[in-house]
Design a binder for this molecule. Structure first.
Ligand SMILES: [Zn+2]
Length: 195
């Protein structure tokens, strides 16, 4: 089967079909289909993968998946920052290092480290599920790991939030309220890293 065409294709002007379907349709797409019976992880993985393929398609110069390296993956992660919702203070900001600033500031919002880490994990799996070879998996590149570690450390400093390794002690009763915990998705809201 071939992959579904993404929503990003520019509609040539003048094909006006039935009235009513007006306006940009490329925001999140897929609202017409009934929800597929996928787990949350699977559907996020699919969405992340599609986002990445779309990114490659729009890349200048064009970039094929086969030629994608760890450096491109890092580029992609930086691109995602514009959709992030996690305030990361610059060193000049008076709130640098404060987890709960008393007032807003002009610092940029970025993707929380936890979100990026989760996205990379999903894309890494998706790459191999789509026929990529593990030894050439750009999402597993050392440069990507190093980049993620740097993001983690700088965000921990800027936000005053220590990113400790979570203990694998999950309460069995908290299953229902997990809609907005770490690892936000790429296309939609993006995670806030839980603050
Ligand atoms: Zn700030």
């Amino acid at each position: 089967m071939d992959s579904a065409p993404g929503p990003g294709e520019p509609d040539p002007t003048g094909t006006g079909g039935s009235g009513g379907a007006e306006g940009p349709s490329s925001t999140s797409g897929g609202s017409t289909e009934p929800a597929p019976p996928l787990s949350r992880y699977e559907s996020q993985k699919r969405r992340d993968w599609n986002t990445f393929l779309q990114y490659l398609k729009n890349h200048k110069p064009p970039l094929s998946l086969a030629r994608c390296s760890g450096a491109h993956v890092i580029e992609f992660l930086k691109y995602l920052d514009q959709f992030g919702k996690t305030k990361v203070h610059v060193t000049d900001c008076p709130y640098f290092g404060q987890p709960n600033p008393p007032a807003p500031c002009a610092c940029p919002s970025k993707q929380a480290w936890g979100s990026l880490d989760a996205i990379i994990g999903r894309l890494r799996a998706a790459y191999e599920e789509n026929g990529g070879r593990p030894e050439s998996n750009p999402f597993g590149a050392k440069a990507v790991r190093i980049y993620l570690r740097e993001v983690k450390e700088s965000q921990a400093k800027a936000r005053g939030v220590p990113y400790e390794k979570k203990k694998r002690k999950r309460p069995s009763t908290a299953a229902s309220s997990s809609t907005s915990t770490g690892g936000g998705s790429v296309g939609g809201g993006g995670g806030d890293g839980g603050s």
